[in-house]
Design a protein around this ligand. Structure first.
Ligand code: UD1
Ligand code: UDP
Length: 358
């Protein structure tokens, strides 16, 4: 095939779906190599079905383990698949271990170029595994698809040549535009979860938040307190990593937080669109709430999506109760009329145009 997509986690499936669809529209031959980093149905196959994507040609079934073991296995397995596939270009998206592995395997192979979608994001926090993954991938890739001018400028500052960089917008805008109306038509999540007219949506799964017992407890307490003050119930579709930590630590989740299973994309879009406010440590959720004009409070000390803060859609507050409460207060006063900084929903086409697959 001409292109190979190497992907492995929920956000990669969602954010590459518009690019895969664009390939189908343009009759560009492609293959999908799934690393198997995510394998639970609710983090994986549910998105292939709902987004109507072809079943991966390869599933490497690498599964969960330490960073080194997981990444190492993926590099070896991706290399052997690419030996037989021999694509011209390998496309990766984002900052996960699957991205790092796909990039390292492909970039050293003769005749294969790497295109990194969502290039140039930086949290400037080198304790995050994602920050290492995105820095290494950007510097090893051949085509850098930066979502915004900010990310392009960052790549330039790091000395990467202009000819390698294209500002495309973020493919999440394409994905939201392609799915949000269908979501409202088809989803009955609001009644299924018995949600009031006003509710808050919470997601938290990042290692630095949920792998530290004290910090995770503080995060949950801060969200519950702030929500209580504004008479909001909280719905928390829980990522398996966070679920595991709650049971391992024996954390008592505050009553006002309703834990539910991870949601499929259409249900989740409706929750984001209808929520009074979003609490999150997710990258994709910061972007989507900005695009859907739902105020967002980010439960982290930094963000690699400063555009959301600059347009007034997001505040980065950490996990301390006073800061979370202040953030909620400020965001609820805002007019929901900020601009979407992530492009016009044609990122996938721009990516294929750049690669000259007309
Ligand atoms: C990974 C990414 C993170 C991304 C997230 C998207 C890295 C370093 N991290 O984090 O950047 O935001 O995906 O959701 O690549 N588990 C399951 N079922 C699964 C997958 C995982 O139960 O299908 C559980 C396992 O207990 C596993 C844990 O979740 O040990 C963590 O999984 P892992 O893939 O290591 O990282 P994520 O937290 O999912
Ligand atoms: N998402 C979803 N169901 C959920 C939670 C998130 O479909 O229950 C989607 C969300 O719409 C976004 C993506 O998953 O597109 C974000 O993935 P995640 O938060 O796991 O990873 P991150 O973006 O932080 O890397």
């Amino acid at each position: 095939s001409t292109l190979s997509f190497v992907l492995g986690t929920r956000p990669e499936i969602i954010k590459l779906s518009p690019v895969i669809r664009a390939c189908q529209r343009r009759d560009v031959s492609f293959s999908i190599v799934h690393t198997g980093q995510h394998y639970s149905e609710e983090l994986d196959s549910v998105f292939f079905e709902q987004l109507d994507l072809p079943t991966p040609d390869y599933n490497l079934a690498v599964g969960s383990s330490s960073h080194g073991e997981q990444t190492g296995k993926m590099i070896a397995e991706v290399e052997s698949v690419l030996e037989s596939e021999r694509p011209n270009v390998v496309i990766v998206q984002g900052d996960t271990n699957s991205v790092l592995a796909g990039t390292i395997a492909a970039t050293k192979m003769e005749g294969i170029e790497v295109g990194h979608v969502e290039a140039g994001l930086r949290s400037f926090d080198r304790d995050m595994p994602e920050e290492i993954n995105r820095r290494v991938s950007d510097h090893a890739a051949d085509h850098l698809f930066a979502p915004t001018d900010t990310s392009r400028d960052q790549l330039r500052q790091e000395g990467l040549p202009d000819e390698w960089i294209t500002v495309t917008g973020n493919t999440i805008v394409d994905a939201v535009q392609q799915n949000v109306e269908i979501a409202h038509e088809r989803s009955s999540v609001l009644s299924e979860l018995n949600l009031d007219e006003r509710f808050a949506l919470l997601t938290a799964h990042r290692a630095e938040n949920v792998d530290d017992r004290e910090r995770f407890e503080r995060l949950l307490d801060s969200v519950a307190q702030a929500a209580d003050e504004h008479d909001l119930s909280v719905v928390y579709p829980i990522h398996p990593r966070a679920e595991k930590q709650i049971s391992e630590f024996g954390i008592d989740v505050p009553d006002s937080i309703q834990l539910v299973d991870p949601q499929d994309f259409l249900d989740f879009l409706v929750l984001e669109d209808e929520a009074t406010i979003v609490f999150t440590d997710s990258g994709g959720v910061q972007e989507e709430s900005c695009i859907l004009r739902t105020p967002c409070v980010t439960l982290r000390n930094n963000t690699e999506r400063p555009e959301t803060v600059d347009v007034g859609a997001n505040l980065v507050v950490g996990v301390d109760p006073g800061d979370v409460a202040d953030g909620v207060h400020e965001m609820l006063m805002k007019k929901r009329n900020w601009e979407n900084p992530f492009g016009d929903g044609t990122a996938a086409d721009r990516i294929l145009d750049t690669l000259e697959y007309e």
